[in-house]
Design a protein around this ligand. Structure first.
Ligand SMILES: Cc1cc2nc3c(=O)[nH]c(=O)nc-3n(C[C@H](O)[C@H](O)[C@H](O)COP(=O)(O)O)c2cc1C
Length: 194
């Protein structure tokens, strides 16, 4: 990571509200944006297994392969995961709502009752996940009330299945509109990660 470019000013809550960007409305607006549900897991120096759930996980770059997600600065789990500088991202399936609920609770023993095994980095891999990526933390940027985390992919695997989706406080599953997808070229397929 060599260059950081910053554009316009970030508005504080008061200044944003003056412009009509009401916080509650802003939050509500995102009920129209479905997200995948991804478990971020790690271990601390004492070997405690750690986990949290994010809805902000994305592919950031193909060359090199990088992923990103954002973490609330109030998270107590992320500072412990970041200390060892690597994590596993497991893409949860539609049958894994209980796993999501367990990992998104605050408190100890996040992995209790969640079927998992240790991956190549020693980090927990969630059983039944659609796909997993082992990553090392390559950049972390404090932006607003979150940290934007960038991970370099060091390993991956997939079993497939139907992804768990989250929309407006509700869980759901993906349903295609037609049996055969038309030819769609996404930026990730063309190598343009803009
Ligand atoms: C569907 C879903 C998506 C979430 N997405 C995020 C996210 O992108 N970033 C984040 O910091 N927390 C997110 N959370 C909250 C965390 O998973 C979790 O509640 C929190 O990290 C637990 O607190 P702790 O970090 O103090 O253990 C999400 C929770 C759910 C249920």
């Amino acid at each position: 990571m060599t260059a950081t470019r910053q554009g316009g000013d970030m508005l504080g809550v008061a200044a944003a509200e003056e412009k009509g960007i009401d916080t509650a409305r802003y939050r509500r607006l995102f009920k129209h944006l479905p997200t995948a549900v991804v478990a971020i897991t790690g271990v601390d120096a004492a070997g405690e297994k750690l986990g949290m759930v994010v809805g902000t996980f994305q592919s950031l770059s193909l060359d090199p392969p990088l992923v990103m997600f954002s973490v609330d600065k109030t998270s107590s789990t992320w500072p412990k995961i970041r200390r060892l500088k690597h994590f596993t991202a497991s893409v949860l399936g539609a049958e894994q709502v209980p796993v999501c609920r367990q990992l998104s609770k605050k408190g100890p023993d996040k992995l209790a009752g969640v079927p998992h095994h240790a991956g190549p980095l020693g980090t927990p891999h969630i059983e039944g996940a659609l796909a997993w990526l082992d990553c090392s933390v390559t950049a972390e940027i404090a932006v607003g009330d979150h940290f934007m985390v960038v991970g370099a992919v060091t390993g991956m695997g997939e079993d497939g299945g139907n992804p768990l989706l989250f929309l407006g406080r509700e869980f759901g599953r993906y349903e295609p509109l037609q049996p055969v997808a038309p030819e769609i070229t996404t930026p990730a397929q063309t190598g343009v990660a803009s």
